[in-house]
Write a protein that binds this ligand. Structure first.
Ligand SMILES: [Zn+2]
Length: 231
């Protein structure tokens, strides 16, 4: 059972177990940002909160973010995410969101920032007037999945640096997992952690994900899940 929490006048978060997604309303339309892991009725939930026309935007398309996809004809996402979306069973026509695009919900512009690494088409959304960033799985204090197909820790620090360059435009980050909200001060810490792992300077502990042994690199601020080194 998902829990609906109003954040402010025109924003909600929907807590769906270990993942959360968001409803943002402008004056002309509303946007769901992701649709949960176990919430096929995400659209109905959104429509119970607003009468505005609704679009479906994805921060990325891992299985735990798209459970409400079937209720929408169109899926707004970075085109590099389509493969992941289809693998997870996602249906509908892709509306491409490129880096720098601005979606206006009516007096509420959302700027798209492409931040590949966790997945190829991961994006962050900057609510320009609200001064917050929705970071998907890439900016959070839980464990960030960086193993398996389509993960690339090597390009993740550059994506986080792009967010840092824009840090005078937002005051908080709304993540998909872990604490809500988190401070932008987490971003340089994530860069440092990722770079330590890449340089072989961090120690992982054995961890199990869906029956497979992997490594958890846990720092005080967040963790990264990585494949076991190849023999
Ligand atoms: Zn996730």
């Amino acid at each position: 059972m998902s829990e609906i929490i109003r954040i402010n006048e025109n924003s909600w978060r929907i807590e769906d177990g270990h993942v959360r997604f968001f409803l943002l309303c402008g004056s002309e339309r509303a946007a769901l940002i992701d649709s949960g892991m176990d919430t096929p009725d995400a659209r109905s939930i959104a429509e119970s909160l607003t009468a505005l026309p609704l679009i479906m935007i994805y921060t990325h398309a891992d299985r735990d973010h798209i459970s409400g996809h079937a209720a929408f004809d169109k899926a707004w996402m970075n085109p590099a995410e389509e493969e992941n979306f289809r693998r997870a069973g996602g249906t509908g026509e892709i509306v491409p969101l490129e880096d720098g695009d601005v979606i206006d919900l009516g007096g509420r512009p959302l700027r798209i920032i492409h931040i590949p690494g966790h997945t190829p088409g991961s994006i962050a959304l900057l609510d320009v007037n609200g001064r917050f960033l929705i970071g998907g799985d890439s900016v959070q204090d839980g464990n960030i999945y960086m193993f398996g197909p389509m993960r690339d820790l090597g390009i993740y620090p550059a994506s986080m640096r792009r967010l840092l360059e824009l840090s005078d435009l937002y005051d908080e980050v709304w993540p998909s997992h872990g604490s809500f909200p988190v401070s932008p001060e987490l971003i340089p810490q994530l860069i440092e952690g990722a770079e330590k792992i890449l340089a072989g300077e961090a120690e992982g502990t054995l961890f199990e994900a869906h029956g497979n042994p992997i490594l958890l690199f846990r720092f005080p601020f967040a963790g990264f899940l990585r494949p076991l080194p190849e023999e």
